[in-house]
Design a binder for this molecule. Structure first.
Ligand code: ATP
Ligand code: FE
Length: 352
């Protein structure tokens, strides 16, 4: 089976063609970073308009690179939420049009399910596995039991780590997206130069908090500005290193808790998988690897290009749902909010 995937839920317009034997025939991502750069963050109105403009071309390119025409495709999978609603609607409308024109079935995919199922696109990973989904808008531990079956063990009670990386970058005058620029800066910093908190570590659950950590960085910056009139390059590197280490410590400690709960399910091949944009961070990957090793659990992380937003993961989730002939057909509607553990009966949408 071959599926065309379409993704437009945030600031990347993406299309991909993927086969059920895990071959990614094409994976095209058209970013919008320059469009939003002047505003210090993604502007929903601008994103929606850019998606509407770029979808056509992006899909055409994905098909061309895959050397397929729409008639060779078995189904069209599209992100139908959660995300910025204007972008989601643009993608859903485009997919609906293509499905209506070609007579191909349409599969509505939850963007988070796309991230959560990505490790199965790159590896023959059996269910159930433990997933840490850690991105710009989300942070949660999920037991992935099937393409439409997720149990949430806990997650952030305020900001997502990616959002915190972006805010820290902004308050230190580093470019967006913040994750890569904070990571680069942290390389020359001393992580113990500033005492930054590890929120909620004393709580015995898998919940996390990152908003206070970001505020702690802000407070340290302001103290430096008051004391010395500004921050030095070294101060900035130290703050980045300290912040990154704090995020990494929290994620690793909570991963150990989540692994504990997950191992009670006693799967024969226990695995922790990580996905989402923040999974690109080297220190965070290493810390999760160590947590997995000490729990005797395998660790896997998809390649970076599949960790951040892309349409190959949406096509793959479509293939997974297609393979189990998901019964819960509902009208495919765009949803701004769509928690993963509530996806079950409505994961698959019919375009008709
Ligand atoms: P969601 O998937 O929750 O809707 P999103 O689509 O915005 O959110 P992704 O594209 O998965 O999220 O990830 C983007 C986020 O990942 C940004 O916040 C970015 O700063 C962060 N990020 C990217 N690379 C790194 C890195 N090397 N270290 C830390 N964070 C990173
Ligand atoms: Fe995403």
């Amino acid at each position: 089976r071959t599926i065309l995937g379409i993704e437009s839920s945030c600031d990347d317009t993406a299309a991909a063609v993927v086969q059920n034997d895990r071959t990614i025939l094409s994976n095209v991502v058209a970013g919008q970073t320059d469009l939003h750069a002047a505003f210090g963050g993604v502007v929903p109105e601008i994103a929606a308009r850019a998606h509407a403009e770029k979808l056509d071309f992006t899909i055409a390119r994905a098909l061309a690179e895959a050397r397929k025409s729409l008639s060779d495709i078995d189904a069209i999978a599209v992100t139908s939420g959660p995300g910025l609603i204007g972008g989601v609607i643009s993608g859903v409308m485009m997919a609906r049009g293509l499905a209506a024109g070609s007579g191909k079935p349409l599969i509505g995919v939850n963007h988070l399910a796309g991230h959560a199922l990505t490790p199965r696109l790159t590896d023959d990973l059996p269910f159930p596995y433990l997933m840490l989904l850690v991105s710009g808008g989300h942070c949660q531990f999920l037991i992935v039991k099937g393409p439409d079956s997720f149990t949430r063990l806990g997650g952030t009670i305020d900001d997502a780590p990616g959002e915190a990386f972006d805010k820290v970058a902004r308050l230190l005058g580093l470019p967006q997206p913040g994750g890569p620029s904070v990571e680069a800066e942290a390389k020359t910093g001393d992580p113990s130069a500033f005492a930054l908190p590890r929120p909620l570590l004393n709580r015995p659950d898998c919940d996390m908090s990152f908003s206070g950590l970001k505020t702690a960085v802000l407070r340290e910056r302001d103290k430096l500005v008051d004391a010395q009139g500004g921050i030095t390059r070294q101060n900035r590197a130290d703050l980045c290193a300290g912040f990154q280490s704090a995020v990494s410590d929290v994620l690793a400690a909570k991963a150990s808790r989540a692994l504990n709960d997950y191992l009670d399910l006693n799967p024969s091949q226990p695995t922790l998988a990580v996905a989402g944009g923040v999974a690109a961070n080297e220190q965070i990957r290493k810390a999760l690897q160590i947590a997995s090793d000490s729990a005797g659990v395998a660790f896997t992380a998809p390649p970076l290009s599949l960790c951040t937003d892309n349409a190959a993961m949406i096509a793959w989730a479509g293939l997974e749902l297609d393979a189990i002939q998901h019964p819960g057909l509902t009208p495919l509607v765009a949803r701004p909010r769509w928690p993963l553990d509530a996806t079950s009966p409505a994961m698959l949408g019919s375009g008709k």
